[in-house]
Design a protein around this ligand. Structure first.
Ligand code: MN
Length: 254
């Protein structure tokens, strides 16, 4: 089994080193093609207005000066001589839950894999304000990734679908188990914009992340992680809101 490992935090991020280790538990044929720099928040963007450069670190470890989507594209079209059986993206330093999925470079790399017809999984480690007692912020991912990935290796994946996994910010022995859950949603639009001044007095801005509330009762990924479970969420690329098709067709009728 050939595995392509990628991420959005960049080729030197600790999460991808961990994911590469985990991938090697399943295969000897593991390749890494990842962004050269941190691309968190890049979503499913593609670099179209500047050239992309490819750097070979070792025979099976490469970086791309571009987005996670660029990295997967370069992996499939340039680096690998035959396609992988599995794409693993992550392990992201931070959650990719609920509405945040559309911002996620980690999940988008898996989306690109799904578009190419390859079994693809995004993995994210939720991080609280403090590290768990062991000091290992990836503790739950380290302890639970192989268990979370193994059942997906021969599970049916419908075309244009992928799976997103989130690990709670807990020590492995405090994790309650694995829960398959739907994508949740936050109660209101997220994010803050902080205005600051540079040394010359000019304004600049930082986008911040607020703790965002969610309503329970939807069997969601947000709820699963809150309850201490690893969440496993099947996602589809088709965004059509089926129930609105009829409503709008009616509006546009002759
Ligand atoms: Mn990231």
């Amino acid at each position: 089994m050939r595995i392509l490992v990628t991420n959005d935090d960049g080729v030197h991020a600790p999460g991808i080193a961990l994911l590469e280790e985990i991938a090697r538990q399943f295969s000897d044929d593991v390749w890494v093609v990842a962004p050269a720099d941190n691309q968190t928040g890049a979503g499913h963007s593609l670099t179209l207005s500047s050239p992309v450069r490819l750097r070979k670190h070792t025979e099976r470890r490469w970086s791309v000066t571009g987005t996670p989507t660029d990295a997967v594209t370069m992996g499939l079209k340039v680096v690998l001589d035959s396609p992988p059986d599995l794409i693993l993206s992550g392990i992201n330093a931070g959650a990719n839950l609920g509405d945040d999925i559309t911002y996620s470079g980690t999940v988008s790399a898996a989306m690109e894999g799904a578009l190419a017809g390859i079994r693809s999984i995004g993995l994210s480690q939720v991080m609280g304000p403090d590290a768990p007692a062991s000091g290992d912020r990836f503790a739950a991912a380290r302890g639970w990734s192989a268990r979370a990935i193994a059942p997906l290796l021969d599970a049916p994946f419908a075309p244009r679908t992928l799976v997103s996994i989130n690990f709670p910010a807990l020590e492995p022995d405090a994790v309650q188990g694995i829960r398959v859950a739907r994508q949740g949603f936050h109660d209101y639009a997220r994010g803050t914009v902080e205005e600051r001044r540079d040394p010359r007095g000019f304004r600049y801005y930082w986008f911040g992340l607020d703790a965002v509330e969610h309503t329970r009762g939807h069997d969601s990924d947000l709820e699963a992680v809150e309850d201490g479970y690893v969440s496993v969420t099947p996602l589809q690329l088709e965004l059509t809101h089926a129930a609105s098709l009829g409503v709008l067709k009616e509006r546009y009728r002759g």
